[in-house]
Write a protein that binds this ligand. Structure first.
Ligand code: CA
Length: 353
């Protein structure tokens, strides 16, 4: 009672400073956070003041204690709510920290699942098993392209049976239409004969099975830029049957893609209408300094049984071992997506993640 008699005559507990005895009460109640948040909770708590010598009634004292008890209960609820908020924030922070660490540890130079080969100089080379891709470009528009013309296998690891190396020997489970019942996988593997004899549909599906896709025309051109256009370096002599992957290391683009000029024509994802008649053979050379030529740009279109009016043409780029006019800009628009040739192959890309 003597402590209560010593209270000031204030009738409201101010939000800016709490009475000493109130702080003791809070601390005794085991609410360490009391002082930090009490100012808000207690702002409207009214207690009765007592003057020296006043007779004290139990009812008046109890009313004060009840008011304080209610305030403390409210405070405890607030503290519990805030503690939950803190716990939630800590959980979020832990998740974000983990995500940041994963991003920091990820190699921004390579696609997911690939590891950068630090021994490669001047190019960014990424490997996943035998599969090798190179980074094309920089910054937000960079992507990855097969380092080599692709070979097609019955295992995603680029092992087992290869198809299309020397004949159109694709199984019935992977037909010309691309409507496979068992997938085959396009792999960028060194020291093998890249696969040919496949339709655009098979090429597209073989890329997709391995988590890649056929390049757009502009992607193919970007990957090819800087390739030296020389028959002494690239497989474009018009003789022989082509070369294995990695056999012409100097036939390399500025980004490290090999055989973009020559060896095998490469399917890209563009289709065009065949707007010419069945007999015309338009085409021509690019202006001086550009290199490469074009065939049937306006054009008759060949299916597997000869020129066929009304079929669309799918674009092939770069030329082949049997086309001395091969080059970065070499463009073949005379072939329906269903056509197969010993000089038609593929290369896949991985878009930016
Ligand atoms: Ca090629």
């Amino acid at each position: 009672m003597s402590e209560l008699n010593g209270l000031s005559s204030s009738t409201e507990v101010k939000s800016t400073r709490l009475p000493l005895w109130l702080r003791w009460t809070a601390m005794a109640a085991g609410v360490p956070a009391f002082l930090a948040v009490g100012a808000v909770v207690f702002a409207n708590v009214t207690v009765t003041s007592f003057n020296a010598g006043d007779p004290l009634s139990a009812a008046a004292v109890n009313a004060n204690f009840n008011a304080l008890a209610g305030a403390i209960n409210s405070l405890q609820t607030t503290v519990a709510t805030q503690q939950q908020t803190i716990t939630d924030l800590q959980t979020s922070n832990t998740a974000l920290t983990s995500e940041i660490a994963a991003l920091q540890n990820a190699d921004p130079d390579c696609p997911s699942g690939y590891t950068k080969d630090p021994s490669a100089t001047d190019i960014v080379l990424c490997k996943k098993g035998v599969d090798e891709v190179v980074k094309i470009g920089a910054g937000a528009t960079a992507f990855w392209a097969d380092r080599y013309e692709a070979s097609v296998w019955d295992a995603a690891t680029g092992t087992g049976t290869q198809y299309g190396a020397s004949a159109d020997d694709y199984p019935n489970t992977f037909p010309d239409t691309g409507k496979w019942t068992a997938p085959l996988y396009a792999v960028s593997k060194v020291a093998v004969r890249p696969s040919a004899f496949l339709t655009w549909f098979q090429a597209s599906e073989a890329c997709r099975a391995g988590g890649k896709r056929l390049p757009s025309g502009s992607e193919w051109l970007a990957a090819a830029m800087g390739t030296p256009d020389l028959a002494t370096l690239c497989s474009k002599t018009g003789a022989g049957t082509g070369t294995d992957t990695g056999a012409s290391p100097q036939c390399m683009s500025r980004w490290g893609a090999q055989d973009m000029i020559g060896n095998l024509w490469e399917w890209t994802d563009e289709w065009y209408p065949g707007v010419g008649d069945a007999t015309s053979t338009p085409g021509g050379a690019w202006p001086a300094g550009y290199g490469g030529g074009t065939a049937n740009v306006s054009s008759k279109v060949y299916g597997n049984s000869g020129a066929t009016a009304g079929l669309p043409a799918a674009t092939l780029r770069g030329g082949s071992w049997r086309d001395p006019w091969s080059g970065v800009l070499a463009l073949l628009l005379d072939s329906a997506p269903s056509r197969t040739q010993p000089s038609f192959g593929l290369r896949c890309v991985i878009p930016r993640r």
